[in-house]
Design a protein around this ligand. Structure first.
Ligand SMILES: [Zn+2]
Length: 139
């Protein structure tokens, strides 16, 4: 059972998918992240050079961070064109997005995947890659 705030965040993710730029895959995705600065949304943005395509989750997270967010507590994602009978895997966040979440969100932050369920970031990526800044600086 989702809370009213979670339902609203999912709604914003679904709305954000309307702006998806997906002429190659036609796989529209929207995302919305909630932090101390409010809700910031994103959509997937594809590129003819496929490797340059960016997922909706990362667009939302980078947008929030670039606007000053430092405590992202929830992220919702919605693959609006995926059939309700499709496997859950087709609606889950990709590995790249999970690693970006691990950089910008706490392990107990909530990730709402439309039509699939509610997870913590630790559920989605229990052992993320991490660097300790002291080691990079020779400390
Ligand atoms: Zn992704």
């Amino acid at each position: 059972m989702l809370t009213r705030d979670e339902e609203y965040l999912l709604l914003k993710a679904r709305e954000a998918a309307a702006n998806a730029y997906c002429p190659y895959s036609h796989f529209a995705v929207g995302a919305a992240c909630e932090s101390e600065i409010g809700i910031v949304t994103g959509c997937n943005v594809e590129n003819a050079s496929f490797g340059l395509t960016v997922c909706a989750e990362r667009v939302a997270l980078f947008g929030a961070r670039s606007r000053g967010a430092s405590h992202i507590k929830r992220l919702a994602v919605s693959c609006v064109n995926v059939s309700s009978e499709a496997p859950a895997a087709e609606r889950m966040c990709c590995g790249a997005c999970r690693q970006v979440m691990a950089e910008l969100m706490q392990p107990d932050a909530v990730v709402l995947v439309d039509g699939v369920g509610t997870f913590t970031l630790a559920d989605l990526l229990p052992t993320p890659f991490a660097l300790k800044l002291g080691e990079l600086n020779g400390e």
